[in-house]
Design a protein around this ligand. Structure first.
Ligand code: FES
Length: 282
């Protein structure tokens, strides 16, 4: 863990990290491509889904390498795994490019380890195709070892540093299940969002005539302040654009319209009683 802390603080990685970040964001400009790779259509990040194919193929090939007479099957799996790396890298790089600097440092080494592992697997495949099975197996096991380091760093990014998780989910759990008044309906602007607080949680409240919807104000992507975001569209289709990385959420129901967020923004139940707006946890 001390090594992980030192890695998170390794400013020497920043020049490379910043240049790579700029390159990734310059290449992945089309919004459709970004939404596809971020997993906005899926409901969570696409990268961990895509890594299943190379990881599963490489681990299975290692098992077959320990058994007699499985040379061709192991070679096929390594070819499949090596070919499946590219889409996983594309999705991972795009997610990585939106992270804070400390997490990008860890992500950079995670990507570097996986690049080395992929190189070892490509060399393993080349050796196997040339009939050098023993050399191919050795390179494969070396690749698996380095990929294990990459997987550890990826796990640290997700589970210790909360990269790629829905940052708004803990907020909705803090909202009381009892109805809580947040002010009169008349005090809310019609057609533009307002920010209120419920149990110390910042909530975005949106009024359309007599109808009110409410969502967690901290963006689920990286906790950006949606209350400071620009509103686009009107009525039921009005959306708020996160000021940090441009995720777009529909105000009526919190649905994510564009990433990098991959999850809907959590919504609260809302009602109007005697002219007062009340909110509670769904
Ligand atoms: S914080 Fe990244 S899009 Fe909102």
């Amino acid at each position: 863990m001390r090594m992980m802390t030192r890695l998170e603080e390794a400013r020497s990685l920043d020049p490379v990290s910043d240049r790579l970040q700029a390159a990734v964001q310059a290449v992945a400009r089309p919004r459709l491509l970004r939404d596809l790779l971020h997993g906005t259509w899926l409901g969570h990040s696409l990268h961990p889904v895509l890594v299943q194919l190379p990881v599963g193929s490489f681990v299975s090939a290692a098992v077959l390498d320990l058994l007699p007479g499985r040379r061709r099957a192991a070679t096929t799996l390594i070819a499949v795994g090596t070919a499946a790396v590219a889409p996983a890298v594309a999705a991972g790089l795009l997610d990585w490019s939106q992270l804070t600097r400390d997490r990008r440092r860890v992500g950079l080494v995670h990507a570097g380890a996986n690049a080395v592992a992929t190189g070892l697997y490509a060399a393993s495949l080349f050796a196997r195709l040339r009939g050098r099975t023993a050399r191919g197996k050795a390179l494969g096991f070396a690749g698996l070892s380095v990929a294990g380091l990459g997987a550890y760093l990826g796990g640290h990014l997700s589970y210790a540093l909360s990269a790629g998780v829905n940052q708004a989910a803990p907020e909705i759990a803090r909202i009381p299940q009892e109805w809580t008044p947040v002010g009169s309906l008349a005090s809310l602007p019609d057609g533009s969002p307002a920010v209120r607080t419920v149990a110390d949680v910042s909530v975005l409240v949106y009024r359309r005539g007599d109808r009110v919807s409410a969502l967690i104000e901290r963006c689920g992507h990286e906790t950006g302040p949606l209350g400071k975001g620009e509103v686009t569209g009107s009525g039921a289709d009005a959306c708020v654009v996160c000021p940090w990385h441009g995720s777009v959420f529909r105000l009526a129901d919190g649905a994510v319209v564009h990433g990098p967020a991959a999850s809907d923004q959590p919504v609260l139940r809302a009602r109007v009683r005697d002219g007062m707006v009340e909110l509670c946890r769904p």
